[in-house]
Design a protein around this ligand. Structure first.
Ligand code: IPE
Ligand code: IPE
Ligand code: MG
Length: 247
């Protein structure tokens, strides 16, 4: 941990938590066991993030496309989520963690929605870190919902079509009021985005590791942060310009 510069910490880290199934398969366990172990990684990474002072942590837990999975696996995931929210509430309250969700939450089972709502309410005054779970989340669906919202504002005459700016789009995404991720981590080796935060990751640094999510714990997380801090973020400018600005 010593090598992490607190001045250069990513403000927002987003993680595609992949590989629970493969982790389980390699141990001849059921996929559900993989998700259970994955929940332990979630706890570890949330704690580690809070300890080093990350302000925004967003975890991709269930995609819109994941509804295609077998029903028993989906049910097990919701059961696990409920259990997680119950077991972590106390720690979230003690550590100043605000809980938040993005996605088409209305598609989740009612009892899970209730649990989410309660956790959001109970942690709403916390200010040190926002933990966002992406649930029934798809970036294309988010963009569709955003376009619809903006179209309605134009239709009702609140704004004109000339008022559509990057800022207006950003304000109407599910992630309104959240900064864009600086660092995007994907575990389990796949070099793809799988419909996660397409708009928001325009300039995120990407870190892909072959480690399956249940094995991704704080040591490797800190390694990812060290690697992030070695990168030069240019945002379209030249390396010389960036160096001059740093001085
Ligand atoms: C990630 O692990 C968890 C979810 C998508 C819910 P996977 O379940 O996708 O694991 P693999 O990719 O099959 O190994
Ligand atoms: C991405 O993982 C979604 C989550 C981590 C929740 P998937 O396992 O669903 O992604 P693909 O299908 O391999 O692209
Ligand atoms: Mg997967």
């Amino acid at each position: 941990m010593a090598k992490i510069d607190p001045q250069k910490l990513p403000k927002h880290i987003a993680i595609i938590m992949d590989g629970n199934g493969r982790w389980a398969k390699s141990r001849s366990l059921s996929r559900i066991k993989g998700h259970e172990e994955g929940a332990r990684s979630v706890r570890d990474i949330v704690r580690a993030s809070r300890e080093i002072g990350v302000q925004w942590l967003t975890l991709y837990a269930f995609s819109e496309e994941n509804w295609r999975r077998p029903k028993y696996e989906i049910q097990a995931l919701w059961r696990l989520l409920k259990r997680f929210l119950q077991s972590e509430l106390e720690e979230m309250l003690q550590n100043g963690i605000r809980f938040h969700v993005i996605g088409r939450i209305y598609k989740l089972p009612k009892d899970v929605q209730k649990s989410i709502k309660e956790t959001i309410e109970k942690t709403s005054a916390n200010k040190d870190m926002t933990l966002t779970l992406a649930l029934s989340y798809g970036a294309r669906q988010e963009i569709v919902d955003t376009v619809e919202k903006i179209a309605t504002q134009i239709e009702t005459g609140n704004i004109g079509s000339g008022d559509v700016t990057e800022a207006l789009v950003a304000e109407n995404l599910y992630t309104a009021n959240m900064p864009d991720p600086d660092l995007l981590i994907r575990t389990s080796g796949e070099f793809r985005i799988s419909n996660f935060l397409l708009w928001q990751i325009a300039y995120a640094e990407i870190y892909v590791t072959p480690t399956h999510w249940p094995d991704f714990r704080r040591d490797e997380y800190f390694m990812a942060l060290e690697e992030y801090q070695r990168r030069e973020r240019r945002f379209g400018a030249t390396g010389d310009q960036v160096a001059r600005k740093r001085k």
